[in-house]
Design a protein around this ligand. Sequence first.
Ligand code: TMP
Length: 237
Amino acid sequence: MRKMMELYRGKTKTLYSTDQPDLLVLEFRDDISALDGKRVDQFNRKGLINNKLNYFIMSHLQKAGIKTQIKELYSHNATLVKNLKMAPLEFVLRNRAAGSLVKRLGIKEGTALCPPVFDLFLKNDDKHDPMVNSSYCRTFGWVSSDHLSRMREITFQTNKILNTLFSEIGLILVDFKLEFGIFQNEVILGDEFSPDSARLWDQKTFHKMDKDLYRQTQVGLIEAYEEVANRLGVNLD
Ligand code: TMP
């Protein structure tokens, strides 16, 4: 499989075409960004760690019955993936209060949310990813009602599977964000699952082991990501 043209360069990942129209190369760069891209930095090895972590977690979800975009590892920092038609939406599920929920509602960080809270955001950097709901999706035609229901259902299923996975390695899955696309009229989990797009806290110490370390200008980001990978048994060589 040959990597060909750059199709899309996001804040942390780049998508390339290949010699097969149904397949793309998803490359994880060492970049990290916050504040809608106003703050950008590089961390050595972050691309490799997130690529391997994402591949491990997506494979785990796949084994549990969730269809994902991944085909196979392409290189240390890239994965061969199915070419999905992505929905312009972010599906967020929260098991504990953190981040924008704390800011918006003033709820104490760490408060358990039972049942989990589901949020939907439009992917639009210029508009700062505004919160939307199913009615907006119908009116503006971002995704069909059937596909939206399926995406929401898979988000909750993913939460169950990953809550178990992370609790077995002493981590709390605080919240996470998923993105979906359509392949041959079927909803498929796309994009990534990594500590860039999820909050993970140590069960005993409540230490943050995710991108909040960068957002809140603390140190130890790569060490924390490596620790998550090590606890999961992901080979980072
Ligand atoms: P939030 O608290 O900022 O709304 O984020 C909730 C979760 O979703 C958190 O784990 C980070 C993730 N997320 C992204 O990965 N990208 C995004 O653009 C947003 C809004 C959230």
